[in-house]
Design a protein around this ligand. Structure first.
Ligand code: ATP
Length: 133
């Protein structure tokens, strides 16, 4: 095995995860960011999407809606606006949120509400992806 690093995910709700991980792919604001052990120091903003990480060769998923990641000293710390592990996601709630956002977008009236609906749609889709295998 090539080694591990400490992956921590915290959100305003509290500690979401602390694991020795082999690999993580994060939804960076400008594209996916893959991190292996002993990565160079990095601070970058996250967008809405799915964090995929590997522990004992098993891939796990966390839905997130943005925040920051800091990499230093073989530690990866995610400060997330929201973060839900796949098995904690209420799939029906996410599907309902997706349908609500799609309905709003189909009847869009002004720019600000459209943007809110677009972001809600992205969050719902990320949650659905993280909840499903
Ligand atoms: P909804 O319209 O269903 O509330 P939302 O995208 O507006 O969705 P957020 O504002 O992003 O929700 O999140 C509010 C809180 O609810 C956060 O703590 C988030 O982790 C949690 N949350 C949102 N959707 C889900 C879900 N489907 N399953 C579990 N937790 C969720």
């Amino acid at each position: 095995m090539a080694g591990t690093f400490t992956l921590r995910v915290v959100s305003p709700e509290g500690n979401v995860l602390k694991e020795e991980a082999e690999f993580v792919v994060l939804p960076g604001e400008t594209g996916e960011v893959g991190i292996l052990p002993n990565h160079a120091p990095l601070i970058t903003a996250l967008g809405i999407g799915v964090i995929r990480y590997t522990v004992n060769s098993k891939v796990e998923k966390i839905a997130t809606s943005g925040g920051f990641v800091e990499v230093s000293d073989n530690k990866v710390t995610v400060l997330a606006d929201t973060a839900e592990p796949g098995d904690k996601i209420d799939l029906e709630r996410a599907i309902a949120a997706k349908e609500r956002a799609e309905t709003r977008l189909a009847h869009r009236t002004d720019g600000i509400d459209s943007r809110r609906a677009e972001l809600a749609l992205l969050r719902a889709v990320a949650r659905i992806h993280a909840a499903q295998d």
